[in-house]
Design a protein around this ligand. Sequence first.
Ligand code: Z5A
Length: 213
Amino acid sequence: MARGRFITLEGGEGAGKSTQTGLLVAALVAAGIAAERTREPGGSRGAEDIRGLLLEGDAERWDAVSEALLLYAARRDHVVRLIQPALAAGTWIVSDRFADSTLAYQGYGRGLPLADLHELHRFALGEFRPDLTVILDLPVAEGLGRIGRRSMLSDRFEQLDREFHQRLRDGFLAIARGDPARCVVIDARPDCDSVHRAIRAAVGARLGVAFAA
Ligand code: Z5A
């Protein structure tokens, strides 16, 4: 049986990752591919428990190193218990965020050395990487405006300031420039259907999927 493919959607707050993860999984299934969605932090039972620790409380509850270690404890559980078995069974997995979020938030955003985060990734997961990463790019004010409309500003991470969000955006774009074989940047400003069509085109071109018209 052919191994499934692992696709991640990344980007700042309000970029539309959650919306587009659902649309992409539905399109893959319509194309005859077994596909499931997941998310980070979380995805597996243990990782969802850790998600609660990460997202609740005030902005300074964890320092950046503790945060990175919690994220990688969750990520290893998610990969070993859910993602790798699904891929081995031929199922495609689409994840709303993955390791690039740690590089962006804890690295570019909170200032941890990128080399240390790459080392942490190697310790936790070896060379395991997504087959394709879609980075949804959106100006900071637009993303925060979308989130604001949904009234989720109380989440711990969203209390962080605008400059932090700009560093995130710049960080995601730097990650994409550094790994163009894995990453594709999609303009997240157009309406949901247009963004979905752009993602389908990228997945079709990079992973050879023939989507239904
Ligand atoms: N985090 C971290 O620091 N390090 C890590 O390694 C990982 C995560 C993995 C997870 O929060 C937090 O954890 C996150 C990073 C940190 N920080 N924060 N906050 P989460 O899972 O609760 O939320 P999120 O991942 O940040 O997602 P989000 O910002 O809440 O939204 P989104 O998934 O990108 O977008 P959405 O839910 O699909 O859409 C947002 C709204 O915009 C919604 O009302 C949509 O209807 C609307 N929308 C979506 N697309 C469009 C378009 N195209 N046009 C107009 N409106 C749209």
